[in-house]
Design a protein around this ligand. Structure first.
Ligand code: 2AM
Length: 187
């Protein structure tokens, strides 16, 4: 089972980002045919676990419940201009970064890493960049709108839980299922 842990979006943020995607598709038609993340799949990835034995999912959920019990809920601003990654001239994806100036989201991601080590899951070696991926390209291509698109209003996301997702790769794109919700500060 392919599994990852993320922050799911509330309806307002999801709607803001869906409108933003529509504005980019209209404003930059060359990007219209790329692999846009459907609104219901938009999320912020905290940790990609890769293939996991389905029999260990309950143990992973329990370990996360325990490991995250001291993490308090927090607010995350989703208002940054859309960036083309890794470089606007040869972009592989567009994302909107989340403003994590107080580092709460990074701490949460690190805590998840620490909790999963006992399951043989490698901690991240790259710095954590909280972001929501909007679209992936089939091949690297230029994005002329780097930094030019925003949601137009400051969206704030209340992070009160993290979600364990399973992902099945289908021809039409990944199919996500929310298989567990882990509430923060569940002491
Ligand atoms: P992304 O938002 O940075 O693209 C589910 O597939 C999520 O896990 C994706 O949103 C993606 O994060 C992340 N992901 C997928 N494959 C990955 C990999 N091989 N390594 C790290 N993260 C991955």
């Amino acid at each position: 089972m392919r599994v990852f842990i993320g922050i799911d979006l509330d309806d307002d943020v999801r709607a803001d980002l869906a409108s933003l995607c529509e504005a980019i598709r209209t404003g930059v038609p060359a990007w219209h045919p790329e692999k846009w993340v459907p609104a219901e799949n938009l999320h912020l990835t905290l940790k990609f676990l890769g293939k996991v034995d389905p029999a260990s999912v309950d143990d992973i959920s329990s370990a996360l419940r325990e490991g995250l019990a001291a993490q308090d809920p927090f607010e995350l601003r989703v208002a940054e201009p859309v960036e083309a990654v890794p470089v606007p001239g040869r972009a592989r994806m567009l994302w909107t970064r989340c403003d994590d100036t107080d580092g709460r989201c990074a701490v949460l991601a690190r805590r998840i890493d620490d909790t999963l080590v006992r399951f043989g899951i490698e901690p991240e070696s790259r710095p954590f960049v909280p972001h929501i991926t909007l679209v992936r390209t089939r091949r690297p291509k230029a994005f002329p709108g780097h930094g030019a698109f925003t949601t137009g209003r400051i969206s704030s996301l209340s992070v009160r839980e993290v979600t364990l997702y399973s992902s099945v790769l289908a021809r039409s794109g990944p199919i996500y299922e929310r298989i567990a919700h882990i509430t923060l500060a569940d002491r």
